[in-house]
Design a binder for this molecule. Structure first.
Ligand SMILES: [Zn+2]
Length: 88
């Protein structure tokens, strides 16, 4: 079961969509997003990262390099899902 968290200042830097809700993609890990945590825009599927204060920015190359192959799989799976189900 995934939990949702409210984001105060969430806005996608890519498509400008307002993102006021985060859903935890990791099973068994229910916690509010922390700075540095990854997120996906539910409109354009861009990979984002939380910053201090709950705003979002595009994930940095550096943090992408630190991801494990398993992380990449989860992200890819979620991006595919978003692109297939996104709001028109
Ligand atoms: Zn977006």
């Amino acid at each position: 079961m995934s939990e949702s968290f409210n984001i105060a200042n969430g806005k996608c830097p890519c498509c400008g969509a307002r993102l006021d809700l985060a859903e935890d993609a990791c099973e068994g890990k229910a916690q509010a997003p922390l700075p540095g945590d990854f997120s996906l825009c539910s409109y354009c599927a861009e990979l984002l990262q939380f910053k201090e204060g709950g705003t979002l920015e595009q994930a940095s190359i550096k943090s992408l390099m630190e991801l494990t192959p398993a992380d990449h799989k989860i992200i890819e799976k979620n991006q595919k899902w978003i692109l297939a189900n996104r709001k028109k």
